[in-house]
Design a protein. Structure first.
Length: 119
């Protein structure tokens, strides 16, 4: 089920993100909670570490849905040709088109680990 079909899930995500930004950027709250917002270098490092995990998870979901689900045969029918279009049946192309520029941009930036942790 897509997440946008569950209005309670979407509402809870929006509320959670709103509270996070409220605590980070409304003036007395960062002092009370003793937190500081991340800078751009730190956000880039978060993206560099988390993007491979997201891409691997999406790949595993694709393989599980198309090749390993119970009730589906693991052997391709002989009538289907072994072509690129047959192998990519079920790929979410909007996801691929959205994520590829982000991956290229994030990994093309230079992020120094030592500056992030020891500054």
């Amino acid at each position: 089920m897509p997440p946008w079909e569950n209005i309670w899930l979407v509402g809870s995500i929006c509320l959670s993100m709103s509270l996070h930004f409220l605590i980070l950027y409304v003036e007395p709250l960062p002092l009370i909670f003793q937190i500081t917002p991340l800078n751009l270098t730190q956000w880039l490092m978060v993206l560099k570490i988390s993007l491979p995990v997201i891409l691997m998870d999406e790949t595993l979901k694709f393989v599980a849905r198309n090749y390993l689900e119970p009730g589906k045969e693991c052997v391709q029918p002989t009538t289907k040709a072994c072509s690129f279009s047959a192998c990519t049946d079920g790929v979410s192309w909007p996801f691929v088109l959205l994520i590829m520029p982000l991956v290229i941009w994030v990994y093309s930036t230079d992020t120094n680990f030592s500056d992030m942790f020891w500054s």
